[in-house]
Design a protein. Structure first.
Length: 691
């Protein structure tokens, strides 16, 4: 294995070069190599200065987030930064590509910074519930205005380096050869002198303005669900008030305390889970993503899928059953783009270009040239079966075949196509052009090439694929149904749907289960809810069915769990008639009611989701517990700082969940604990241990 850090002298300047493919992560070997190079520099009689640079696509990027769980990997980054800054010879950091997190902290510890145009600098730590750990909060406000420092650190967003907007991110922007420019700049510092970043205080000149910026940040970020923003602001406030070493010690102490919080553990889990979900276990062959798209069905879902494909540059051939449906589909797609233009998210020329690649017809034979055919017709098994029998006859050899269903039997549809080795599910979530998740439902006979093509296609649409074995409901709708059944049980006991929604919003969901129900449409999942709840028998208390009997299907009819007023249906009110219907249903069944607290609502809903997730793992439908979390995070708004239903259960303690479920199951079989939950308890409170 080659050394990731090399040392050479050029024109009297040491060139410390890093190459740690693929992304030049600041791992232990790199940190050790930099320290060794700095020691060599101090003893070098030829080199009077140094530059630190990198080969490959980036300067330096953070090491594996798992390192945050083990702080014994010496040398720590703070040791490296302090040693670099303490050098008696000037050192210039030469940045290209990404210099993020620890990579930018290292650059800030250098005596000057040069960058190529378009280089990215920033601190993503806040997105992991953390703060920088190697002096970043103390050095950055010494180099840039405090407002700029707060914005970068608190947003977690990177900044593109450009000459026209450079408040101090770097000391110079270099169009030409970065290494030569760095050597020249470092040579100049030998004669001109240099000042370590820790000693600079010119940005602290206006004390009242500095404190005003701190106060504004506390107001803006005071309601964050994680502790990291407050810790960050505390560190920035300390920078001009404390000696550098004291401020850096405060930063390290706060970093250590944050690293052990549930929120930081959950966010690290999300970071890892999203990346792991992108590649199924065992890997896939490299194949080109299907280019031309055939789409059957132009309803709300089909229109969203069409827009996603058009946005990726692909031509789309859309087939509908009659001319009226074709016109409606075209209008839906055009409407999506017109709204984007009116909101200035898309230019008129871009809209014209996209729509020029859309062709609509009633002729299914038009799909014969498509590289991928996606079916998005209404959720009726007989209708879909007939469509797939025809698609199987007209699609070209080797085309990828995908149904958008998650509720129906995907294996049955694959059989109907008579091409099961090319068939799978691509389950987009509504609205498909907005949602980032796609469940890839792999059938028993799906070929590996087809699966690889599906993953490549979803990635090409800039969406996140998650693999699941083909099954009714896949992951998302299985867990969502369990969530809703638990919520209905709470309503049967005495809670209102509005109590349930409020409790789950307070937990961190963007909307409660009944709000989400109205958004998707109560009729969409009716058959699946009934199938799933068969075992509940007479105990089933389905509030959605009560509404459907009255013709209330949610937002699309202007009435569901809520009332939607105005032409745009954006004014939302509670539906008092629903509360009367629920009360009548309870009375007819002879049910007694009780007060149900927000804590009880939260507990029941979370237990239902985690237990159903454990059943999915029992059945071998998901490869990882983290995949389940990714689906619930990206598709249903489970709060990121809670980690998803499976990680949240681990953080609560699985033994406590198991005991609660055992007690509840004595009265209601719905709560029977999954074997996967029992196994996870035996294997150290981790679902991952049972996979």
């Amino acid at each position: 294995m080659t050394d990731p850090v090399t040392y050479a002298v050029r024109d009297g300047v040491a060139v410390i070069e890093i190459y740690n493919p693929p992304f030049n992560a600041l791992d232990r070997a790199v940190r050790t190599g930099i320290l060794e190079a700095l020691m060599r520099l101090s003893e070098d009689k030829v080199a009077s200065a140094a530059i630190i640079c990198a080969k490959g696509p980036s300067f330096l990027t953070p090491s594996d987030v798992r390192d945050f769980e083990d702080r014994s990997h010496s040398p720590l980054l703070t040791e490296v930064c302090d040693a670099l800054e303490a050098s008696k010879k000037p050192i210039v950091a030469c940045l290209h590509g990404a210099a993020l997190g620890g990579g930018y902290e290292l650059a800030l510890a250098a005596h000057a910074r040069l960058a190529k145009p378009g280089a990215k600098v920033g601190f993503p730590e806040i997105t992991l519930g953390l703060i920088p750990e190697a002096g970043g909060t103390q050095r950055l406000p010494r180099l840039v205005p405090v407002d700029a420092a707060l914005e970068m650190l608190l947003s977690g967003k990177s900044v593109d380096i450009a000459p026209e907007h450079n408040p101090g991110w770097v000391d110079g922007v270099v169009d030409g050869d970065l290494i030569s420019a760095g050597i020249s700049y470092a040579t100049g510092l030998v004669d001109a002198g240099f000042q370590p970043t820790r000693e600079r205080r010119e940005r602290f000149g206006e004390g009242l303005d500095y404190q005003d910026a701190i106060a504004r940040a506390r107001t803006e970020y005071g309601r964050s669900p994680t502790q990291a923003p407050t810790a960050l602001i505390d560190c920035i406030e300390a920078a001009p008030l404390l000696p550098f070493d004291a401020g850096a010690a405060l930063e390290r102490d706060l970093f250590t305390s944050l690293a052990n919080t549930d929120e930081a553990q959950a966010l690290r889990h999300v970071y890892i889970a999203v990346r792991e979900a992108a590649t199924p276990r065992g890997g896939l062959p490299e194949v080109a993503a299907p280019w031309s798209v055939g789409l059957v069905g132009g309803g709300a879902m089909g229109a969203g899928i069409a827009v996603s494909c058009l946005d990726s540059g692909r031509p789309v051939q859309l087939v509908e059953r009659d001319e009226a449906s074709v016109a409606a589909a075209e209008a839906r797609i055009r409407g999506i783009y017109q709204r984007a233009v009116s909101r200035r998210r898309l230019g008129q020329d871009a809209m014209t270009d996209r729509l020029a690649r859309l062709t609509c017809t009633t002729d299914l034979d038009a799909l014969s040239d498509a590289d991928i055919v996606i079916e998005a017709v209404p959720e009726d098994l007989a209708t879909k079966e007939a469509v797939w029998a025809r698609i199987g006859r007209v699609a070209k050899e080797g085309a990828l075949l995908a149904t958008n269903t998650s509720y129906l039997d995907i294996e049955y549809l694959a059989e109907a196509s008579e091409r099961p080795n090319q068939m799978l599910a691509l389950h987009f979530f509504a609205p498909a052009h907005v949602q980032h998740l796609v469940e890839v439902g792999v059938c028993l006979d799906t070929g590996q090439e087809a699966e690889a093509a599906a993953f490549a296609f979803v990635n090409a649409l800039q969406k996140k694929p998650v693999r699941v074995s083909a099954s009714e409901g896949l992951i998302g709708n299985r867990i969502l149904t369990a969530f809703r059944l638990a919520a209905d049980g709470l309503v049967a006991r005495g809670a209102s749907p509005y109590d349930v929604d409020a409790a789950m919003r307070a937990y961190g969901f963007k909307m409660g289960p009944y709000e989400a129900f109205d958004l998707s449409g109560l009729d969409v999942s009716a058959a699946f809810r009934a199938l799933y709840a068969e075992g509940l028998g007479a105990r089933r208390f389905d509030v959605a069915d009560m509404l459907m009997r009255e013709g209330a299907l949610g937002q699309k009819t202007g009435r569901g769990f809520y009332k939607y007023l105005g032409d745009d249906r954006r004014t939302v009110r509670q539906n008092p008639a629903l509360l009367a219907t629920i009360a009548s249903e309870r009375e007819a069944r002879g049910m007694s009611t009780t007060q149900v607290s927000a804590a009880e609502i939260e507990k029941a809903c979370l237990l239902a989701m985690a237990n159903e997730g454990a059943r999915i793992l029992d059945e071998g439908l998901a490869e990882r517990a983290g995949d389940i979390d990714v689906v619930m995070l990206l598709a249903f708004g489970f709060p990121r700082h809670k980690g998803g239903p499976m990680k949240a259960a681990e953080l609560r303690g699985l033994l406590g969940d198991l005991r609660t479920l055992e007690i509840w199951a004595a009265a209601d079989p719905f709560w029977a604990p999954a074997e996967g939950l029992r196994d996870a308890v035996k294997n150290g409170n981790r679902f991952s241990a049972v996979l």
